[in-house]
Design a protein around this ligand. Sequence first.
Ligand SMILES: Cc1cc2nc3c(=O)[nH]c(=O)nc-3n(C[C@H](O)[C@H](O)[C@H](O)COP(=O)(O)OP(=O)(O)OC[C@H]3O[C@@H](n4cnc5c(N)ncnc54)[C@H](O)[C@@H]3O)c2cc1C
Ligand code: SF4
Length: 567
Amino acid sequence: MTDIRPADYPPPFSSAEAVGQPTDPVDERIEVGILVVGAGPGGLACAIRLGQLLEEHPDVAERLGDVPVAVVEKGKQPGSHLLSGAVVNPRALRLLFKGRLQMEDIPSYGPVHGEAVYLLTKGAALRIPPPPTMRNHGNWVVSLSQLGRFLGERAEEGGAALLPETSAEKLLVQHGRVVGVRTGDKGRGREGEELGNFEPGSDIVAKVTVLAEGTAGHLTTAAIDHFGLQGQNPQIWALGVKEVWQVPRPLHKVIHTMGWPLRKLSKYREFGGSWIYPMGDDMVSLGFVVGLEYRDIELSAHDLLQEFKTHRLVRKMLAGGERVAWGAKTITEGGFLSLPSRLNAPGLLLVGESAGLVNVPRLKGIHYAIESGRLAAEAAFRALQPGESPGRPGALDSYDESVRASYIWRELKEVRNMRQAFDKGFVGGGVRASMMTASKGNFPPKDYRTEPNTATTLIRTNRAARYPAPDGAYTFDKLSSVFAAGNRTRDDQPSHLRIRRRVPRELAEAWTWMCPAQVYEVGEADGEGTVTVKVTPSNCVQCGAISAKGGRLTPPEGGSGTEYTIT
Ligand SMILES: Cc1cc2nc3c(=O)[nH]c(=O)nc-3n(C[C@H](O)[C@H](O)[C@H](O)COP(=O)(O)OP(=O)(O)OC[C@H]3O[C@@H](n4cnc5c(N)ncnc54)[C@H](O)[C@@H]3O)c2cc1C
Ligand code: SF4
């Protein structure tokens, strides 16, 4: 037991650094109508719906100039940075493409045919009836990376300009309203010096800026701080690590597990579980998710997944197979009580995970991202009518109203206390969660509190002794996993990770274990109980965990990072 909390070692970074005024001369600014930041399901659904509306109303399109809709994406292409389970509820996709496309036209691995939930111990798997939140009948299995590429093509067909390899680095705010973003420079050396291929970033100015950055968004965090949009509870996250396997035998059902290898006593604060989903006849997606409020210095989501694979339930499914992809990403887990107090500010809309819209008990965020993207497009369109200005305070309030009137709001409200119910341990949490489900969220009548992921004190229990040794065929080390993510980050660019470089040994070790991509190493001790933290930023897969646990991830040079194709 220690009294060390990541919160006591905040990163040398302030949100104010990510907010500024335009600096390019007026005639050099890139002008677009509506700017979407992030080509994930939320941002692309927004761009697609805008394309539909502008096609029906060419007069509005004309007023928006040569580029009515643009989407900036930091990955090499849409999908490069997308990772999910994923079982998707088709409801929002059906509405977005109503009268245009069927689910069968969208890349997927088909509808869910069966499901099973297991409670695991080290040596056994007890099949239990799926709790209502884990029922997936009617949902479809997809690769989000593939879906992202497909949605990107549909957005372009509808007239959106896609700008890949472009990191949005600064939120441009003028006279109290958001007027666009500044993109990051390219071609800087490790110390920030300009290299031969240096290209400065640009101001992209827009009438409406839609932040669809997904988990732990750089500009989203800055916008929430700048406009004071914090929710009732602080935001919290979980880290998910995923592998895709080619397998000789098809899996016919979606599987979720609870319990082992996590420990159920509340003192460990280990909340999470696994999924195993069929991807057609010859592939499966499997992954492990753990809440970042955990306390153990040696807890590693990467190695928990390796440990999980040693269970005989999993071995049976993967036997004779081969790992073909790997990736990691955080999930925004605070739910209803951590939603920003407003989802808009003058000239600004927050959609998908930027708005915190994830149903944690169901492990579902994709359809909320798509639905909120669609609703954001409609609100932006309303605010662009003659006589209205999206920069007027309140002009985009119809977005909040439509989200509040939607199924997203109702469903999130029903499960608002469920994540926190497990803070007091697995068994009691399970009982409380069942009562919340049965009462449709009316029990308990009060709202539970959450504390930030950085607030838990660290403990040490020799946990790492349980992780299996990597054999390079069935179990893997972090560096081979990073390689399997197709990570390509120039290693002489300035570091995009903001952390304290001198911290207590325990915290340095905790970051080392936590990071799934082997970015951190414990460096030299100074004799006063602190050590230096050595950082290899080029390994980073931009999962976001460091932002939850005491540091700050900022976007690296556009085009850096993973090249996900089937995650
Ligand atoms: C391990 C895991 C399993 C999950 N399983 C499921 C599941 O089975 N079903 C389900 O429905 N949901 C699932 N989810 C949740 C779901 O994937 C997300 O809620 C959903 O993808 C959110 O969509 P989004 O568009 O808001 O953000 P994202 O999908 O994260 O997309 C954001 C995009 O913005 C880009 N971006 C971010 N910042 C910038 C910037 N500053 N400049 C330029 N580009 C930027 C990113 O590169 C990315 O492409 C899972 C999530 C994880 C991590
Ligand atoms: S350094 Fe990158 S990969 Fe490692 S935890 Fe932080 S964001 Fe994730």
